[in-house]
Design a protein around this ligand. Structure first.
Ligand code: HEM
Length: 383
């Protein structure tokens, strides 16, 4: 409908010619393009129009906020909502150093010790073979070496050690080694499970180490006989069988490694568990190094724990080899409690002589190793 003027006269609109329309469209497009190019460069126009002093200042003065964080990194305190030893510490510098050491040398080099030891053991076995018994036939006469409590303590501690080694290594190097095998989701599940298993099995292991120390320290004090045993390399590279008492020099060294490193690994482990289990630390324990459980102390505890336990795992590879494939008859002792008289004479001659003098050599029913031949359930002393 056409519009009407107040005087009812028709309004005549001047029509734009097609040529003008086209010109206007081109001009519009040109204006848009010009603005699109010029507007982003507006800051330069400020510079050219005399704002250069401002622009230069902006270039030379560092952001005051980054200056503040630089100062914080150097140890300047501030306000934090944390109470206790770390109140006011905005960036704990020790944490950066700890992570560099843990993810650097500890995670990169220490696991190679374990693999290196595995390689040495395999090489030794290929070259030297099993340390076999000289006797071609066993007489059936045996000597009791470990009672059932000794064996339970040994196997509970050994199994927990293996579980701790697997879960501990998963936490330390799993990110690099396991993600390609399990995928990210699979590894995330296993990493969480590893932490929980490690936290639960750790204390069991520590009790095992304490019991081992109390039970076996008595036969692990060094003697002159051990010196001679070491001089002969424990007979590992010759056909000789150096003299030994109940435990030989090598076993004594392993015992003291278990005692000293076991205690250190247990204490550093417990220091890390204190905040997780919210354990109260009694004041009379304040002499224990790192016991207060502050973050820097826990970082130190973590490094000591990782380095010692990985070195220990490497040594354990040697112990496991000697106790199984390396020495004929050794495993039997920790499995049944009894060793053959032939094994005792070959590896612990002084102890075997002592046992014979005390009438402790027995003849056992081979099928059960429990009942003595012809004497009901009690082992019979051999003649
Ligand atoms: C599955 C792995 C293991 C095997 C097969 C094994 C085997 C043995 C055997 C056969 C013995 C007796 C040696 C003898 O009668 O002279 C023994 C002793 C011993 N084992 Fe193990 N063991 C293992 C793991 C461990 C671990 C992980 C630890 C420490 C955490 C350990 C600590 C000890 C100690 C302290 C002794 C006694 C040494 C002494 O009193 O001088 N074992 N082991």
């Amino acid at each position: 409908m056409s519009q009407q003027s107040t005087h009812d006269e028709p309004v005549v609109r001047a029509k734009m010619s097609p040529a003008r329309k086209k010109r206007m469209a081109w001009l519009g497009l040109l204006a848009i393009l010009t603005l699109a190019v010029v507007l982003p460069l507006a800051s330069y126009s400020v510079y050219w129009l005399g704002g250069n002093a401002v622009a230069q200042d902006v270039g030379s003065v560092t952001n005051p906020r980054s200056n503040m964080w630089r100062a914080v990194e150097q140890g300047v305190g501030g306000y934090t909502a944390v109470n206790g030893a770390e109140a006011g510490v905005l960036i704990a510098q020790g944490g950066v150093r700890w992570q560099q050491l843990r993810d650097g040398p500890v995670a990169k080099y220490m696991p190679w010790l374990v693999l290196g030891m595995l390689a040495i053991v395999v090489l030794y076995h290929l070259i030297h073979g099993k340390n076999k018994l000289d006797a071609s036939q066993l007489s059936g006469r045996k000597i009791k070496r470990w009672n059932s409590f000794d064996r339970s303590v040994h196997w509970i501690t050994a199994i927990s050690f293996i579980v701790l080694a697997i879960t501990g290594l998963s936490m330390l190097i799993g990110k690099n080694v396991l993600i390609p095998l399990l995928g990210k989701a699979g590894f995330s599940w296993w990493a969480q499970a590893s932490i929980t298993i490690h936290n639960v099995v750790g204390p069991v292991f520590s009790v095992g180490v304490l019991l081992m120390i109390v039970l076996w320290v008595w036969h692990n004090f060094p003697t002159k006989v051990d010196l001679e045993w070491f001089k002969q390399g424990g007979g590992m590279f010759t056909k000789s069988h150096p003299s030994a008492g109940r435990m030989n020099g090598g076993e004594k060294v392993w015992f003291w490694v278990v005692a000293v490193v076991g205690l250190a690994v247990s204490i550093t482990g417990i220091i890390m568990l204190v905040p997780i289990y919210n354990l109260p630390v009694p004041t009379w324990l304040s002499w224990v190094p790192l016991i207060e459980g502050t973050r820097p102390q826990m970082q130190e505890a973590n490094l000591v724990h990782a380095v010692l336990s990985l070195g220990w795992t490497a040594l354990a590879v040697g112990h496991v080899y000697i106790g199984t494939a390396g020495t004929e008859g050794a495993f039997e002792g920790m499995k049944t409690g009894y060793v053959s008289e032939e094994w005792a004479k070959q590896h612990h001659d002084l102890w075997a002589e002592d046992a014979a003098a005390k009438g402790q050599v027995v003849v056992l029913d081979d099928t059960t190793t429990q009942g003595a031949v012809g004497t009901g359930s009690q082992p019979a002393a051999a003649q």
